[in-house]
Design a protein around this ligand. Structure first.
Ligand SMILES: [Fe+2]
Length: 309
């Protein structure tokens, strides 16, 4: 959090049919609806989050991601970061307060991989869902499905990961927690797992020719048993599965991937590495990419490499 970026604050995901999407994100995964707006967008949060929402669903003709927002510590810091972006040569646009429900102004920009990001400092806080902030119980009893704990990160595919990672590191103060490098002489960066705090990653990029691809949004569970239970629920609901339950080499998380009804990949995972700012990046070499992504199979499935929205 060197420069005041605290955490992933929200992701706006495009879905083809809102009713189907809500079955996936709410009934299966356990996100909680906290609002709707006059554009038809639906706002969701995971139970442990204090902000009003972290996932925004928008019905559209094509699946994918519209933007990802990071929350910064203050409006003053937002001004400062806007200045840093402009100074670095990034074109920024300000989105007015309340364009997203109960959210302050957002500073929006596009990174070299073609993805739209934004920074914001203010969003209504409704507190953890289902438990009090004073003498809290351990967890809310009325969670649906997997009962995901929080929105954790997104993985994005696009071109020019080195320039994108540099922007996140130099302008926004992220650290390279883990990386994959090519076998060439320059050790070209082909995957970047960037952290703005102690997590193994808050945003990740994998090099790919097509701009702006959405690989997955990911949500945190506490234990391997929770991941197994998630897998059972995926089967019970005939939800298309991508891979898992398994372990990642990269980040060391225990994971399962599945698809929402629009084809957007979703991950739930537990545990994994932690990162401090004085840690050297953990490096994986491209020849070990199979093991880096799927630690047990040690081979990548074609779908994981090629299917994005
Ligand atoms: Fe992930």
């Amino acid at each position: 959090m060197k420069y005041g970026v605290m955490r992933p604050g929200h992701v706006q995901i495009r879905v083809l049919d809102m009713a189907d999407a809500l079955k996936h994100y709410c009934d299966l995964m356990g996100l909680i609806e906290t609002g709707r707006d006059d554009q038809g967008r639906v706002y969701l949060k995971a139970w442990s989050e204090v902000d009003k929402y972290s996932v925004v669903l928008r019905e559209a003709d094509a699946a994918g991601v519209d933007f990802i927002g990071f929350k910064v510590v203050s409006e003053e810091m937002l001004d400062l970061l806007q200045g840093r972006l402009v100074e670095y040569g990034v074109e920024v646009n300000e989105v007015a307060a309340n364009d997203l429900q109960d959210c302050g102004r957002r500073i929006r920009f596009v990174v070299p991989t073609g993805h739209t990001f934004e920074l914001f400092a203010t969003k209504e806080q409704t507190g953890k869902w289902g438990i009090s902030n004073v003498n809290p119980e351990a967890w809310p009893r009325d969670l649906k499905g997997m009962g995901v704990v929080r929105f954790d990160h997104c993985l994005l595919y696009g071109p020019d990961v080195p320039a994108t990672a540099k922007l996140f590191q130099q302008v926004l103060g992220f650290d390279m927690a883990e990386q994959v490098i090519a076998p060439d002489e320059d050790k070209t960066l082909i995957a970047a797992f960037l952290s703005c705090g102690m997590k193994a990653h808050d945003i990740a990029f994998i090099e790919s020719p097509e701009s702006g691809q959405f690989h997955h949004s990911s949500y945190y569970l506490e234990t391997w048993e929770d991941v197994l239970r998630a897998a059972d629920l995926i089967s019970m609901t005939d939800t298309p599965i991508d891979i898992g339950p398994t372990r990642h080499g990269l980040t060391n998380g225990r994971t399962i991937y599945f698809f929402d009804p629009s084809g957007n990949r979703t991950e739930v995972f537990a545990n994994g590495n932690y990162h401090y700012p004085d840690h050297e990046p953990i490096t994986w070499t491209a020849d070990q990419l199979g093991k880096a992504i799927f630690y047990h199979d040690r081979v990548l499935n074609e779908r994981f490499l090629t299917v994005t929205t």
